[in-house]
Design a protein around this ligand. Structure first.
Ligand code: SF4
Ligand code: FE
Length: 484
């Protein structure tokens, strides 16, 4: 396994073409806007080296028998699925941000089992291709981004019916050696911190969509790929002269990019689906299921930090003993632990796929994510309620450092006398960061839309709810058979 230092150095060798705020970025690794996201990702390497987290952070590979980082593991039991969620909660607690590496893990587990079943039905060799690629990922402890979401254009039209054929990523040229692809993947978390990208189709497909039913992996800096960084609220605070207090979380963060593939070559042995439209939906459903499970871990860990910051804020203001304050903190914990319960539940009810790796219970994973689209918003609302208005009206760090205003701020922003004013300012900025700043991207809108928007889970819940069985139960209890 790589150390976090080796991992960071390994990224310096990549040659990605990234645009940010209208300019090309020459040094992505040290860029002040991107770097906090790299620090979060690197934490997945750092904690794997720490003996106290060995059981959670590492696993034994079913492909090679070697000890590997759990973020590259193909889950072999329900215990593995549970440890995955616990590992994600731990990382959320340590970073208070999206640490990004789960997307590749979830994509790998979905593609591993789907390629097996595609080969079984179609006589293809995709599983062999994927096992070869993933063995390299495990052996070299590589970072892999999973890419599913196409930009989609007109939502009412299928991929092959779009006015612009590139609105879903597709094959534009076929040669004996491989294919060329064109299109874009949106909202890509962690791409800039990854060595490879594992691309999957974004929706179920029908005959006619063959060129769009494509899954493959390629280096993140492959020829023909252009990246454009997404903006986050308050992002430029990271580049200000005084950037200790106002950023809220100065070490960790996340990022998203728009990834544009312009005639990118993919060799045959890196292809995992190529035209078998009936299997596109299986990859989508399994990846989404795994990532919906993931949110029952990562968002809970981030929630732990937000609840802790809120408790500190009320203690620093001297109101922690008020009964309504205590009750609101209880409510925050109740909501957060409910999400965790869902993450653990869908893991404990997992089952093996035909390929042998374990899949979560899809109904419970979708219930988990449906709750994630709501509860972090309630937790953030309560955090803002308890933190008070000073969270958004306190002066800047530049004014705090200016001798002309420092003493006034020190005096008038004081809460409980024993707590230094600057500590109180830092805690309030952390709440601001997590509920409306850069980290809120990961904690709120990503909770809404990441791993699929709420309606996607409701469709899955309706499909998995087994209504016939429920009706049959009611018929027996009501003795409907006695009425002719
Ligand atoms: Fe991992 Fe959560 Fe980020 Fe997804 S949103 S990559 S599960 S930390
Ligand atoms: Fe996500």
């Amino acid at each position: 396994m790589m150390t976090s230092e080796q991992y960071i150095e390994s990224l310096r060798g990549l040659n990605m073409k990234l645009y940010k705020f209208g300019e090309i970025v020459e040094n992505i690794v040290d860029d002040p806007i991107v770097r906090p996201s790299l620090n979060s990702f690197a934490k997945t390497y750092e904690l794997a080296q720490d003996p106290q987290y060995e059981d959670l952070m590492t696993a034994t590979s079913n492909l090679t028998g070697k000890k590997i980082n759990r973020f590259t593991h193909l889950h072999q039991s329900t215990d593995d699925l549970i440890k995955k969620v616990k590992m994600q909660r731990l990382l959320g607690q340590k970073t208070a941000a999206c640490f990004q590496r789960c997307v590749g893990m979830d994509a790998a587990n979905a593609v591993y089992s789907s390629t097996y079943e595609t080969d079984e039905a179609c006589g293809t060799k995709y599983h062999e291709n994927f096992v070869k690629f993933w063995t390299k990922v495990q052996d070299e402890d590589l970072a892999v981004d999973g890419a599913m979401t196409d930009v989609k254009g007109d939502r009412g039209l299928s991929p092959s019916k779009q006015a612009d054929p590139d609105l879903f990523l597709h094959v534009v040229e076929r040669t004996p050696e491989g294919v060329y692809v064109t299109g874009a993947k949106a909202h890509q978390t962690g791409y800039l911190n990854s060595h490879y990208v594992l691309v999957m189709p974004t929706i179920s497909m029908r005959p006619g969509d063959e060129d769009y039913a494509i899954s493959f992996a390629c280096p993140t800096d492959a020829e023909g790929i252009t990246l454009i960084l997404g903006r986050q609220s308050c992002d430029t605070r990271k580049t200000e002269q005084f950037n200790n207090i106002d950023v809220g979380n100065k070490t960790y963060g996340g990022h998203e990019v728009l990834v544009i593939f312009d005639h990118v070559f993919i060799p045959n042995d890196m292809i995992f689906l190529n035209g078998e439209v009936q299997f596109a939906g299986m990859i989508v459903e399994r990846f989404a299921g795994y990532h919906r499970q993931s949110y029952g871990g990562c968002k809970v860990g981030v929630g732990d930090v937000l609840i802790g910051a809120t408790q500190l804020a009320v203690e620093m203001a001297g109101c922690a003993k008020a009964s309504h304050v205590k009750d609101k903190i209880i409510e925050m914990n109740h909501l957060n632990e409910t999400l965790y319960a869902c993450g653990i539940a869908c893991s404990s009810q997992g089952a093996p796929t035909k390929a042998g790796n374990y899949l979560i219970d899809l109904l419970l994973a979708n219930v988990c994510k449906q709750n994630v689209t709501r509860f972090p918003y309630d937790i953030a609302r309560l955090a803002q309620d308890l933190a008070g208005g000073l969270m958004v009206t306190q002066p800047s760090e530049a004014d705090y450092r200016n001798p002309a205003t420092h003493d006034y701020i020190e005096k008038y922003l004081k809460g409980v006398d024993s707590v230094p004013t600057e500590q109180r300012m830092r805690v309030l900025r952390l709440v601001e960061n997590m509920t409306m700043g850069t980290a809120a991207v990961g904690y709120l809108p990503e909770s809404m839309h990441g791993a699929g928007s709420p309606q996607a889970q409701r469709i899955m819940i309706s499909r998995q709810a087994n209504m016939e069985q429920k009706k049959a139960l009611a018929k027996v209890i009501a003795h409907l058979d006695e009425v002719k």
